[in-house]
Design a protein around this ligand. Sequence first.
Ligand SMILES: NC(=O)c1ccc[n+]([C@@H]2O[C@H](COP(=O)([O-])OP(=O)(O)OC[C@H]3O[C@@H](n4cnc5c(N)ncnc54)[C@H](OP(=O)(O)O)[C@@H]3O)[C@@H](O)[C@H]2O)c1
Length: 304
Amino acid sequence: MKAVVYNEFGGPEVLHVAEVDKPVPGPGQVLLAVRRAGVNPLDYKFRSGEFQIHSPRPLPATPGLEAAGVIEAVGPDMHGFAVGDEVLGWPLTGSYAQYALASLLIAKPATLDWDRAAALPVVGETALRVLALLGLRSGETLLIHGATGATGAIATQLAVAQGVTVIGTGSATNSDYIASLGATPTTYGEGLVERVRALAPNGIDAVLDAVGHGTLPDSIELRGGTERIVTIADPPAAAALGVTFSAGNVQDSDLPELAKLAEQVANGQITIALSRTFALADAAAAHELVESGHPGGKILIDPN
Ligand SMILES: NC(=O)c1ccc[n+]([C@@H]2O[C@H](COP(=O)([O-])OP(=O)(O)OC[C@H]3O[C@@H](n4cnc5c(N)ncnc54)[C@H](OP(=O)(O)O)[C@@H]3O)[C@@H](O)[C@H]2O)c1
């Protein structure tokens, strides 16, 4: 089968297409014929080697933490799925490939297209996890750094649906998009604390940092302490400042909530903005776009 592979850590140019063995599902696993793979910033952090300190990965490696596809084979002791089922989830092997092994899966709603199905697993699980961690109640005010990003946009919509007032940051050109998600837009950068205070004179109850870029000191100033601030993007600053960093660790027990979210995306209650779909051979260009920090929506890989 064809897969994107890198044999050394480095820039996007280390990514190349190779012919590799089709994997064989073991106990509790399925073989997934990948229809789309989602691209995440974590993929380039693994590729560059910068994440080896947090979560070491062996070489050679195939990127890709999420996929949607059709089950082609079922391993022993894997219950609840059959050959031909359309699913989405978190593969055990890299998803920038024609096939991947997986065990954490949910059924793809029939009306959910392949692009959105593959775009959902990582950001959907992350948004649900961080909102639960922040313990938001209706009527509270949440600041989301990066409401225009793939994770921030889902978190914004889920929080607004809970009756939370969201102030979301993004580029000035994305203000209308942030407003369309139900949040009050503001821009990031110099003067953020004053802009947020003007928009929320009664204060901010919680903060989600979905960008990194040194937003935590401003967040602490706005909150008056480190409580109810979660970053998903800045582990070193979180450790230095005593702020909670939340990492992905999806479990079987998370799947029902994610299946519900997939239904909400399928029926249009929650939207996912899509940017571009790349072929396997163009994985380096996909990484350059996500690494730019302004992907303009989810980036996908079509391996076929
Ligand atoms: N820990 C976890 O479980 C977890 C899970 C998922 C993602 N993440 C991390 O979360 C971060 C976001 O990922 P994503 O896929 O949601 O993002 P994304 O779709 O790549 O979006 C990037 C976001 O960053 C904003 N941005 C760019 N430059 C900025 C700057 N200088 N200052 C402030 N904001 C800036 C962009 O705003 P504009 O485009 O409007 O300029 C956009 O909202 C990444 O670091 C990723 O690795 C962590």
